[in-house]
Design a protein. Structure first.
Lengths: 219, 264
């Protein structure tokens, strides 16, 4: 009986590995791209990707076929990264708190919008690949992760929330702020102008907004 | 909605992530506000520009090979563990045959002692005695499950106790049972503290029904058993490759057994 068990177990494992490799290996470039921008260098990124694959493979039995393998792999990657660099997350609330101050009060100036439509302007000239990569690297870590998952990898807010382990509302505000920070970095500090008086941009959540609406607030 | 609020929701709207109600309000504002329409155009082209210029990365050519090797090694480790377990099985079977033939009882113990690890119930009770601090305090099983992703090599689905009494999850942490990473979950079941430790054990002998010790079988949990050690009742069973141990000082063996039978 033990003999029988062994002869059955081996091909079973090989099939399982083949199955895993078929669904997971095509994601390697995308995972690596994410890992490079999270870790900041290719060596650490390679290690992170390897660790991700090993963890995913060990947990593959619990993976339900038909669910999104791409989202699952990215979730493991993000989790693995944060497990290694957990200490760096200290102070993220600080970054989040200070980031909100100017962004709700200032809006993109019309001049900037006009300049952006002109391909020969100095504003668009700054949007080079290298400048963009630098700006992404300069984002606070939690914003960067959300930006990379949503804007570079194209995940939905729900999938990003699941990967990062935060509410969807937090994804929404982090992504919003990440994009504003990129705009400021790439297009210059001068692109914003203060919101006009009477424009109440200080609403902090959908619920609050709805509550205010329900209470007869002005639109 | 005013221009300021459009600022707030503009990105979620562009991403198609804003609820219908609020999208309608935003669109109504856009109809009458050329400035916000301009801004919408600007945001779209900015994001497109960034996306198109972000360089596609190619993984180093040897990374695939390294990953393949890593997975093969993982399979090898599993295979070796299985063979080691089998050999222990053969050895105990052979020893048992000798014992039965000679009728010398004390030898039985040395045959059982082949795996040089403390009995599983001792290991899990010594964990519980240490009363380790919880790393996540949450009653929501899904949140706890998410917390374990990437930390242990199996999906942690905190079991539910389908009792008429009030039972709730107090929290969890990462821990070890022997060499295995374990999910350590603490429950309050009708005022009684119950600890569940889940792990994937490569050693089948580790969780097998202990021969010659005083244990109660769990009829509905295949191969599961309950015993008492150091004042704790301990239940052990495995499903789908994951071993569950349930420990409580507040329940006797019989009550723990009936609690485990009602675990989902």
């Amino acid at each position: 009986m033990d003999q029988d068990k062994m002869s059955r177990a081996k091909p079973g494992r090989r099939d399982r590995r083949q199955e895993f490799e078929e669904v997971a290996l095509p994601l390697m470039d995308a995972l690596f791209a994410m890992a490079v921008r999270m870790t900041g260098n290719r060596d650490d990124a390679g290690d992170l990707v390897q660790e991700t694959y090993l963890k995913a493979y060990k947990a593959f039995d619990s993976f339900e076929c038909g669910t999104n393998v791409r989202a699952w792999m990215f979730k493991i990657l993000v989790n693995t990264y944060y497990n290694i660099h957990r200490h760096r997350r200290i102070g993220k609330d600080l970054a989040e708190a200070s980031g909100g101050v100017w962004m709700n009060r200032e809006v993109i100036s019309q001049e900037t919008m006009r300049a952006f439509r002109d391909p020969t302007s100095a504003v668009t000239g700054r949007m080079t690949t290298m400048e963009i990569e630098t700006a992404v690297r300069a984002l606070p870590e939690d914003y960067r992760t959300v930006f990379l998952l949503a804007d570079v990898q194209g995940f939905s807010y729900k999938e990003v929330a699941s990967s990062v382990g935060c509410p969807i509302g937090t994804v929404m505000s982090r992504l919003h702020r990440a994009r504003r920070l990129l705009q400021r970095h790439l297009l210059g500090d001068g692109i914003f102008e203060r919101a006009e008086r009477g424009e109440d941009a200080s609403v902090t959540s959908l619920e609050e907004f709805r509550a205010r609406k329900a209470g007869g607030g002005n639109t | 909605m005013n221009c300021g609020q459009v600022q707030k929701y503009i990105h979620a709207y562009l991403d198609g992530e804003l609820g219908t109600d609020i999208s309608v309000e935003l669109e109504r504002h856009l109809e009458g506000c050329s400035r916000c329409r301009d801004q919408m155009d600007f945001e779209v082209s900015f994001i497109d520009e960034v996306r198109s210029r972000i360089a596609a990365e190619q993984a180093p050519s040897d990374l695939g090979t390294q990953v393949g090797r890593l997975l093969a090694r993982e399979d090898g480790r599993k295979g070796r563990r299985r063979i080691a377990t089998m050999m222990v099985g053969f050895a105990s079977a052979a020893a048992l045959a000798v014992v039965a033939w000679a009728g010398i009882a004390p030898l039985l113990r040395s045959a059982q002692d082949l795996p040089a690890i403390p009995p599983l119930e001792e290991q899990v009770v010594s964990n519980v005695v240490k009363n380790p601090p919880l790393e996540v305090e949450h009653a929501d099983a899904n949140a706890v499950s998410d917390w374990f992703v990437g930390k242990v090599s199996f999906a942690v689905e905190p079991p539910r106790f389908a009792t008429t009494e009030l039972s709730r999850l107090l929290g969890a942490r990462l821990y070890n049972v022997g060499d295995n990473d374990a999910a350590y979950l603490v429950y309050d079941v009708d005022g009684k503290k119950v600890t569940v430790q889940m792990f994937r054990s490569p050693r089948e002998d580790e969780i097998a029904l202990p021969v010659g010790r005083d244990v109660r079988r769990l009829p509905t949990k295949n191969g599961g058993w309950v015993t008492t050690t150091r004042g704790y009742s301990v239940g052990v069973f495995s499903t789908r490759g994951v071993t569950y141990t349930v420990t409580s000082a507040d329940l006797d063996e019989r009550d723990l057994a009936s609690l485990i039978e009602k675990m989902r």
